[in-house]
Design a protein around this ligand. Structure first.
Ligand code: R5P
Length: 310
């Protein structure tokens, strides 16, 4: 097995390599002066089972291109099997036509990865499960749920908690975590009755007097979480925390979350923390390195990946 890292999240790649006991393969990713990406694999990969770790997070287009070029280099270097390990799969939110003449960019990205030469994909908490069907190669979609479950049990002990989905789209994910924790489930239903009229938030389920935990796949601007937290506090929640797999946290998200009624936002390290995240008073990261390393090992040894979650 060979493990290779792109530049999007070196600390995670190094932690995965440590868990596996396999050093990162020597490769250099450079830029021409016009910023074209150039990749050189500096060791033999002929006949090898190669795993390329690269999240397509900010800067999404550069990181995606780096992944594609690396896969191409490995294919031309006669790697036996190439697995694209994409802890955060960018462009996933563009998974359907949202209006006339709009793209389905998640499908385009799936085509690009396949055409570049990947034989399989390993990712985590895809925005929508059906994106798996955009690939005609095998895809393993890991869940951060076991990592979150452990942390919630440690942090909340015997407190009465309610798992909350901040929108109807996230109910399946939230319900799965609620089931693991044997906790109640609530759902926030956002509705804008007419254009230009502010959004109404209805909470489906009982939250009064309980410690609420919002669960989502992505926190980007932070708007969804912050609005949900305010609605939950107004409905009588004792406290609000959040567990979100991918901390995109763009623009003023960190500052927005700092002043929101969110005790703690916990994300994974699928995306490398910025300095603002590192020093934030109410954001922390949990590592998914052992989980990804275990999945890589199982793929390499042709063992079950799904049984990791049963
Ligand atoms: C939407 O369907 C996603 O699951 C997230 O809720 C959304 O991407 C969060 O975005 P933001 O943090 O910008 O509100």
């Amino acid at each position: 097995m060979k493990v290779l890292a792109g530049n999007s999240n070196r600390p995670l790649a190094e932690a995965i390599s440590t868990c596996l006991g396999v050093p990162l393969a020597k490769a250099s990713v450079r830029r021409f002066s016009d910023m074209e990406v150039f990749v050189e694999i500096n060791e033999n990969v002929r006949g090898e089972d190669v795993f390329v770790i690269q999240s397509t997070s900010f800067p999404a287009n550069d990181n995606l291109m780096e992944l594609l070029v690396t896969i191409d280099a490995l294919r031309r270097g006669s790697a036996r099997r190439i697995t694209a390990v994409i802890p955060y799969f960018g462009y996933a939110r563009q998974d359907r036509k949202t209006g006339p003449r709009t793209p389905i960019s998640a499908k385009l990205v799936a085509n690009l990865i396949t055409q570049a030469g990947a034989n399989r994909v390993l990712t985590m908490d895809l925005h929508a499960g059906q994106i798996q069907g955009f690939f005609d190669i095998p895809l393993d979609n890991l869940m951060a749920a076991p990592v979150f479950e452990k942390d919630i049990r440690n942090a909340f002990g015997d407190d009465e908690i309610t798992i909350v989905s901040p929108d109807v789209g996230g109910v399946v994910r939230a319900r799965a975590l609620a089931k693991r924790l044997d906790a109640d489930l609530a759902i926030i239903d956002k509705r804008r009755e007419r254009a230009g009229v502010s959004e109404v938030m209805n909470i489906i389920g009982e939250v009064q007097g309980t410690r609420c935990i919002l669960v989502d796949d992505i926190v980007d601007s932070g708007g969804t979480l912050c609005n949900a937290a305010v609605a939950l506090m107004e409905a009588g929640a004792k406290s609000v925390g959040a567990f979100v797999t991918h901390g995109v946290l763009s623009g003023g998200a960190v500052a927005r979350i700092a002043v929101a009624p969110i005790e703690m936002l916990v994300s994974t390290d699928s995306i490398q923390a910025t300095e603002a995240v590192r020093v934030s008073r109410n954001i922390r990261q949990l590592t998914i390195a052992p989980l990804i390393a275990e999945a890589i090992m199982r793929i390499s040894e042709e063992r079950s990946v799904s049984s990791l979650f049963s």
